[in-house]
Ligand binder design. Structure first.
Ligand code: FE
Length: 176
């Protein structure tokens, strides 16, 4: 009887050990996942609400979309730089803006490779590529492959996610 008792104790500790290992590996995986979505600027919803209007918060932080032809920049033809309304990150320049006819400001490239990040978006039964601010992770819009040359891309961006700095030079060396 004593023999069986010690055997079950051994089993119990082996199981405890395996369980501990599994928990640890899950922790490591979670750490990796968090790293993938880490941005230079991170704030809680409460903090964002203090610096954004309710409409900006809805689009930038809750992935909302402003109605077409209602934003302040879709028809803006002035020269200048478009920055993130959440954090001021330089995003797009008027040099790469074009009239897509969609009712949202459209650009064929961002000012730099790191100014925006993209990720798959499967919401509303569609497969789209979401565009996020490279610094704060704010939702800007989506990118489609039906834009003009030289990139063939159309960055379809919500006006409300942007601020416009009129007359500011293009910081990108790549835009012709
Ligand atoms: Fe930002």
């Amino acid at each position: 009887m004593k023999y069986f008792k010690s055997i079950s104790l051994v089993y119990f500790f082996i199981l405890l050990f395996i369980h501990g290992c599994l928990l640890n590996s899950n922790k490591e995986e979670r750490k990796l996942e968090n790293k993938k979505t880490e941005f230079e600027i991170t704030k809680t919803d409460e903090e964002w609400k203090k610096i954004l209007t309710p409409e900006q918060f809805h689009v930038l932080r809750k992935k909302g979309t402003e109605p077409a032809f209602t934003g302040k920049y879709y028809n803006n033809k002035k020269k200048g730089l478009y920055v993130c309304a959440g954090c001021g990150n330089e995003l797009f320049h008027s040099d790469a803006k074009f009239d897509s006819g969609t009712g949202w400001p459209s650009f064929w490239m961002p000012v730099s490779e790191n100014s925006v990040k993209t990720q798959s978006d499967y919401s509303y039964s569609m497969i789209r590529v979401e565009v996020l601010c490279g610094k704060c992770g704010g939702h800007l819009g989506h990118v489609f492959e039906d834009g003009p040359q030289p990139t063939g891309l159309r960055y379809c961006i919500n006006s409300i996610a942007l601020n416009f700095e009129e007359g500011k030079e293009n910081p990108s060396k790549d835009t012709p």
